[in-house]
Design a binder for this molecule. Structure first.
Ligand code: ZN
Length: 206
């Protein structure tokens, strides 16, 4: 395989990028000067070096934070002593956590599942962090956790994921609520505006 095909194949693995678009990226790199390729290569290397995964919510964050400071194991949200430990919001991806955080309507803790479950998924625990979620919730129960808010995308995968998690959480005797009313069918959290997210949270169903 030549390097054009190789790089095309890699770009095509990005979400939402098809082979034709991937090839356009490659030709764009060839069209730009070497400086751009070098900057891109360096940025990817830095990403792997500087970005940590939070031990609390599993999101990725820059470490050490801009402006110096010690290496942290927890992200800014998880390390904040003023957050409400009685609530844990479960979101599919980092970007969803950021969207909810930006809406400013939620002050509890988060857990990032790492994806969602397609219907009839045979190995759910390999697709999402369901085991880690159980561990996180059992730990949370000791810190006053009372409610788990399932914030899934408003599509069939999101519903399927919520059903799966509800089953796991059933024996733990927690209140489980669903973020959803106010999110139109098919809506992804990532693209919901702050006002919609705020309403979806305030009108979550229990
Ligand atoms: Zn965190």
């Amino acid at each position: 395989m030549n390097s054009i095909d190789k790089l095309t194949e890699l770009f095509a693995q990005f979400p939402g990028i098809g082979p034709r678009q991937a090839k356009r990226f490659v030709y764009y790199l060839l069209y730009r000067n070497n400086g751009f390729s070098n900057e891109l290569t360096q940025a990817i290397k830095d990403l792997n070096k500087e970005i940590m995964q939070c031990e609390g919510c599993f999101r990725h964050f820059a470490n050490p934070p801009a402006g110096g400071g010690h290496a942290a194991k927890l992200c800014r949200v998880c390390a904040d002593p003023h957050r409400d430990n009685s609530m844990l919001m479960v979101v599919p991806r980092d970007i969803d956590l950021e969207a909810v955080e930006k809406s400013g309507s939620y002050k509890g803790q988060y857990f990032v599942l790492g994806g969602s479950l397609p219907i009839l998924e045979k190995e759910p625990e390999k697709r999402i962090r369901s085991k880690e979620l159980e561990v996180r919730i059992k730990k949370g129960l000791k810190d006053g956790l009372k409610e788990v808010v399932l914030a899934m995308n408003a599509n069939s995968e999101g519903e399927n994921t919520a059903d799966y998690i509800k089953e796991i959480l059933k024996p733990l005797g927690l209140e489980i609520s669903i973020l959803g009313r106010g999110l139109s069918t098919g809506a992804e959290l990532e693209y919901a505006d702050p006002e919609t997210l705020r309403n979806a949270f305030l009108h979550r169903t229990k």
